[in-house]
Design a protein around this ligand. Sequence first.
Ligand code: ZN
Length: 167
Amino acid sequence: MGTLCPTMNLLWPVFHDPSYKPSLSERLGFHWQANLRMLRHPKDIALFSLISFAPLLLLVSFMRLFPDLFRAVSTPTNPVPNMAPLLFTTLVTFVVFLVLQHLAFVLAINLTYLDHVRSALLDRGIPLCPRCAQLLPPDTPDAGCPECGHSPSLATMNDSGSRDVDV
Ligand SMILES: [Zn+2]
């Protein structure tokens, strides 16, 4: 469909070619399979948690490093503290945190979960390029991917051979 290879979208996870339009039940089905698949890979779960929690750790450390930013100061001459700067810094911190949290979440999905979704789709026989998730032409399944030149037959062997081994 598009000319850009959607391997990594930093703003939103791209699970597959947008021209592949699964129904809701199909989508629930392959995400369920991808979840089960990821549960068998503790390294992916660890990496996912690590990246997802990084912004929260950053937020806590930032608030501990600069506690005065988040404190309304009252003085004897002015016992009612001015709340405006406090509200402003809190709001800015919160927005920055939300943005970082979203980016971290997408990065975590891209680095761990995405592979499992694509493998689940391949297991269901959806002809997707395992590298860039472009829909492959159905008539020439063994030809290289038109987007990235990746050969699907090799990738399927790698996917189900080396990584699906239960430990
Ligand atoms: Zn490709």
